[in-house]
Design a protein around this ligand. Structure first.
Ligand SMILES: NC(=O)CC[C@H](N)C(=O)O
Length: 221
């Protein structure tokens, strides 16, 4: 029975994430936890959360979970969601604070003015709602998901990876921004799979089935 730890550092209600995993993996043990030892012993780790980057980084430190998260991100199937993706990078424009630095690159804010869609309509920040996601690599977590599937987003900031090979998928708002990254045992998404109906549940099921292997050479042929 696979043991999934959902890291709870006190930022946001993680029930929806846990419930989605319980639904796609009824035989898994899904544990929302604040205990670094549980994160260390779990088979796979989910790193979600919501809120502002400085608060999230502070709480991760205060709860003593930082080291366990860093270690899990290096060695077992690891899924970052929303701010959980952003925290993996080196720096965020939100508060100008350092992230965990597991991935090279930074997190930037969408411009608050002047963004328009193809029909000339004003685009608001935060980017909130359903948007198409375009996978750019052949990765186990994308299996069974259409190449233009829609996922649910709520965010004002987006990652800019320091290495192009990290990009697993992008979305348009209105420019192309990275909304999914992959590196070895780690996959992270800016959207909310737990709120994205069939496509989101498929991604979570793929994560539960994933052995954590990805050699970084998954370009579509
Ligand atoms: N939904 C959220 O928690 C948003 C995360 C982050 N503060 C952003 O705006 O991108």
């Amino acid at each position: 029975m696979t043991h999934i730890a959902v890291v709870d550092y006190g930022m946001g209600n993680l029930r929806s994430v846990a419930k989605a995993f319980e639904y796609v993996a009824p035989h898994a043990r899904v544990e929302v936890t604040r205990d670094p030892a549980v994160v260390a012993s779990a088979d796979r780790v989910v790193f979600p959360g919501q809120g502002a980057m400085p608060d999230c980084m502070r709480e991760l430190e205060a709860t003593g979970l930082r080291e366990a998260v860093l270690q899990a991100a290096r060695e077992k199937p690891f899924l970052g969601i929303c701010i959980g993706l952003q925290m993996l990078f080196e720096w965020s424009e939100e508060g100008g604070v350092a992230g965990l630095g597991v991935l090279p690159g930074k997190v930037l804010r969408f411009p608050s003015q002047g963004m328009m869609d193809a029909d000339g309509r004003k685009l608001k920040v935060p980017h909130m709602g359903w948007n198409q996601v375009y996978p750019v690599i052949d990765h186990p977590l994308w299996r069974g998901i259409a190449t233009d599937a829609r996922f649910y987003f709520v965010h004002s900031y987006y990652p800019e990876p320091g290495r192009p090979a990290l990009v697993a998928g992008y979305s348009l708002y209105p420019f192309a921004f990275t909304c999914a990254v992959a590196q070895g045992n780690l996959f992270a998404v800016q959207f909310h799979p737990e709120k994205s109906q069939a496509a989101g549940l498929r991604l979570l099921a793929n994560f539960v089935a994933w052995d954590g292997a990805y050699d970084g050479a998954g370009a579509f042929s």
